[in-house]
Design a binder for this molecule. Structure first.
Ligand SMILES: *Cc1c(COP(=O)(O)O)cnc(C)c1O
Length: 411
């Protein structure tokens, strides 16, 4: 009989969002009237329409494909040159950060890339992951066999968990032991925290000294409001030798349903072979993508390119202003209630300490049944998330104002 991948059986069966769905459905079935008022601030998905610049570019590209003389079939596996150049110039070189066009690998999502990147790393790497965390990093390491089983708290043997707490500002301490792959995400989902230049410099120094590689998820970089907060790991000297960066058009350009993202692999980034030889990773990722991936559709790449036009940039800025305005209202409402509130200043997530005596699922149930608002319980992102809940600022202004009123009524 064919053999399955046993590692999949170690996965704690998709715990967080299915459990939220189950509780919302049970409440809705029992309370059909209240169910009509439910406002969802749970899943981190955008709500506002696609920017006009992207829409028009996508439509024009579809029309090109409809004419014999402008038709295109398969594109380059790493993405079209026009988009790679727009990204490298628009996101990096124009901001004084050195990245070459051919270090950009266009893809259909950062979720896929942060998982797929493990294809180019060998067995035996010691993996360091923050707690709480975006679950993809953990689950993809489980799937590929980099961990043992989960314990009762859901922590997998073999992963070095790095607690992110109010005390450390939700930026983990540098490990005392040697680790090989380090997942960092700033601005952070779920805590909304940012990492300072000094904190990232300490991580780059650690990685450089230990031959470790930082997998840096910058999906929320566009939400950074403070000029001093780094948007890219490559703003830190030395990072080109120790970091891969993941970015996405999902949250800045409202592309969660359109699908386009990219990964930056600097050419000087090296890792070791089984026999201890140092080799560049860039050709491995290029080969991985050209073998297993056929890039992103031409219209979508034209849509992403249009986000770098003057109109596109202005439309992104308006979207970010909208969501950050929501975050500000949510922060203020929580603070007024005397809750300890974090994040929401450079990220679209507000991370709130539960009122005394209530754990994070308790707070979820209270908000659902008394306020008809769906939030995300912190414990769903890892053991260190217990005692917190996440409110997403991805919503209409009207809904956010209503959520603020309801919060004040129940807390
Ligand atoms: C939303 C999000 C992404 C983007 O994922 P896509 O697959 O590009 O939509 C990446 N990382 C984190 C932490 C996210 O929350």
């Amino acid at each position: 009989m064919a053999r399955l991948n046993d590692h999949y059986l170690k996965l704690k069966a998709g715990y967080l969002f299915p459990e939220i769905g189950r509780r919302v459905k049970a409440f809705s079935d029992a309370n059909p009237e209240a169910a009509k008022n439910i406002i969802r601030c749970g899943i981190g998905d955008v709500t506002e329409p696609l920017p006009a610049a992207a829409r028009e570019a996508i439509k024009a590209a579809v029309d090109e494909l409809g004419q014999r003389d402008t038709f295109r079939g398969y594109g380059p596996e790493q993405g079209y040159d026009f988009l790679r150049a727009a990204i490298a110039e628009g996101d990096y070189r124009s901001r004084g950060v050195e990245v070459a066009d051919d270090e950009i690998f266009v893809s259909d999502g950062s979720k896929c890339d942060t998982g797929n990147i493990l294809d180019i790393f060998g067995p035996g790497n010691k993996i360091a992951i923050t707690d709480p965390v975006y679950p993809v990093y953990v689950d993809t390491n489980v799937m590929i066999g980099n961990t043992g089983d989960a314990d009762a708290s859901g922590a997998y043997a073999g992963i070095h968990y790095m607690p992110c707490t109010a005390e450390n500002g939700f930026v983990p301490a540098i490990p005392e032991e040697k680790v090989d792959l380090i997942y960092l995400c700033y601005p952070n989902n779920p805590t909304g925290a940012t990492a300072s230049r000094e904190a990232l410099a300490a991580w780059v120094e650690y990685a450089g000294a230990n031959g470790a590689i930082i997998l840096y998820d910058a999906a929320y970089q566009a939400f950074v409001q403070d000029e001093g907060v780094p948007r890219s790991i490559y703003e830190i000297p030395g990072a080109r030798g120790c970091a891969i960066e993941f970015r996405s058009f999902s949250k800045n350009g409202g592309f969660t349903g359109v699908r386009c993202a990219f990964t930056v692999v600097p050419k000087e980034l090296l890792a070791e072979t089984a026999s201890g030889e140092k080799k560049p990773l860039h050709p491995l990722w290029a080969r991985r993508q050209s073998t297993k991936f056929n890039s992103v559709s031409y219209p979508v790449q034209r849509g992403a390119e249009a986000l770098y036009s003057e109109e596109g940039k202005a439309q992104i800025a308006a979207l970010i202003d909208h969501y950050m305005g929501n975050a500000k209202l949510l922060r203020a409402a929580c603070a007024e209630l005397g809750l300890d509130v974090y994040g929401g200043e450079n990220a679209p997530y507000v991370w709130v300490a539960c009122p005394r005596g209530i754990d994070s699922w308790g707070m979820f149930d209270k908000m659902l049944t008394e306020a008809n608002v769906v939030i995300t319980p912190g414990a769903g992102f890892g053991a260190a998330g217990e005692g917190f809940f996440r409110i997403s600022a991805f919503n209409s202004r009207e809904n956010v104002e209503e959520v603020c009123r309801r919060l004040k009524a129940v807390v």
